[in-house]
Design a protein around this ligand. Structure first.
Ligand code: GLA
Length: 419
């Protein structure tokens, strides 16, 4: 008999000491010297609150055990030299004084962009050599780019004595918020992806054993205890392997639609729309009251986008209330509703994500949804601890039946922030 072709593939995380050793070795091999130290930062999953972070809304991500590791040495002058384990040869070199929007392409933008943003904010940051390696799945919607930015940020904080990150035992949340801001500017302005800031915030400001309730209206955070093992549950992450790219136009188009809807409704952000008055807001949009200039969105599209954002923010509150009441078994409904809203109203799901979510639900998941920006990337499913393998196998089988590329899986446990 043939071996089953649908055996699930699991993506493990490195032990922090192993990640540090790998990147230290890479630095020594490529630069022929020892680094000053090693730092790392995690990727993330978002439990709920999708496409709300650029609307002044709420989201609820947590840090993965999968991290990006950097080994860094401070140098004189303003040259940044970069190597990556994912590139077999060559050292990239960028002059910090020449970094500006549009001047750096590829992955180095996420590193030098952070140095640039810190300098723009008045911090004294100069040249450095950096080696990078990572076990955050790339292109899986698990924030490999934020992990890279944030690992560079904590390294530069330490090497240039900025004093922002605090210590691992006593992280400085206010200082980390400043570092997160620099990482967000790096991504928006130097890497050219107009993302909202959730990923950088959780990578720097999250906490092991907790989800991070981030209120993007004022940047405040609350660490919400999130321990699924105590409830005999697990969070299964399904990397659909469907290509996911935020630098393309779709993400920016969603953002532009939200901005236009807010302008038409006369609010600073969609957060200001009271869920109880959502019907009125949607009616205003549907009737096209307000300016309909050239290039503006269809009223019907704006209605759908706003309905998603406002109901999604309410679902975050519902989810957090259940966590606070120690009723995590009951969050599945909010997860399912979130996915439907992202699929039908926000239109950022795709076939692979829908297959993953539907197959997980059919195999007994308590709730499932896409996570992150969408258009590919990953889905999450809340499952009974004893069902993890069976649900993963069912999803892998569904992908095979649908003729899709085999997905990959990991079990997400809320882990440490950048350090
Ligand atoms: C991406 C962005 C985030 C956020 C999510 C959607 O992950 O980087 O800022 O907008 O999409 O919730």
């Amino acid at each position: 008999m043939n071996a089953p072709t649908n055996a699930p593939v699991w993506v493990g995380a490195w032990e922090p000491a192993d990640g540090a050793a790998r990147v230290r070795q890479l630095f020594a091999d490529r630069f022929g010297a020892e680094p000053d130290g090693t730092w790392s930062a995690p990727g993330r999953v978002n439990l709920i609150g999708e496409h709300t972070d650029y609307n002044g809304g709420l989201c609820l991500p947590f840090d993965l055990p999968h991290r990006t590791y950097v080994a860094v040495r401070r140098t004189d002058g303003d040259a940044v030299r970069l190597v990556s384990a994912q590139e077999s040869t060559g050292v990239r070199e960028v002059a910090l004084s020449e970094v500006a929007p549009g001047t750096v392409s590829g992955w180095p933008a996420y590193v030098v962009g952070v140095a640039w943003a810190l300098r723009e904010a008045g911090h004294q940051v100069g040249g450095f050599d950096i080696a990078v390696d990572s076990c955050v799945p790339y292109g899986a919607g698990l924030s490999s780019s934020a992990a890279l930015e944030c690992s560079a940020a904590v390294a530069l904080d330490a090497l240039f004595g900025l004093g922002l990150a605090g210590t691992s035992e006593q992280p400085d949340d206010a200082g980390r918020a400043v570092l997160a801001e620099a990482c967000i500017r790096a991504e928006n302005e130097i890497a050219g992806a107009s993302t909202g800031g959730m990923d950088q915030s959780v990578s720097l400001r999250g906490r092991a054993g907790h989800a991070l309730l981030l209120d993007t209206r004022d940047g405040s955070v609350r660490h919400v205890p999130f321990d699924l093992t105590a409830h005999d549950l697990a969070l299964l992450v399904i990397d659909t392997k469907a290509e996911h790219a935020l630098v393309d136009g779709q993400y920016a188009a969603r953002r532009a639609a939200c901005d236009e809807a807010a302008a038409r409704l006369g609010v600073s952000t969609l957060r200001e729309i009271d869920p109880d008055r959502l019907g009125d807001a949607l009616a205003t949009l549907a009737h096209g009251t307000g300016a309909v200039g050239e290039g503006s969105h269809d009223a019907e599209v704006l209605v759908k986008r706003v309905r998603h954002v406002v109901t999604e923010i309410a679902r975050v509150e519902e989810f957090v209330a259940l966590l606070d009441a120690d009723r995590v078994e009951e969050v599945g409904g909010a997860m399912d509703a979130s996915h439907a809203s992202l699929r039908d109203d926000y239109e950022v799901s795709c076939r692979e994500l829908d297959v993953a979510v539907d197959a997980a639900r059919a195999a007994g998941a308590l709730g499932a949804r896409m996570t992150g920006g969408g258009f590919g990337g990953s889905a999450i499913a809340l499952v009974r601890a004893g069902d993890v393998d069976a649900v993963a196998a069912a999803v892998a089988r569904a992908f095979e039946d649908e003729g899709l590329h085999a997905p990959a899986f990991l079990v997400a446990v809320a882990s440490d922030p950048a350090a």
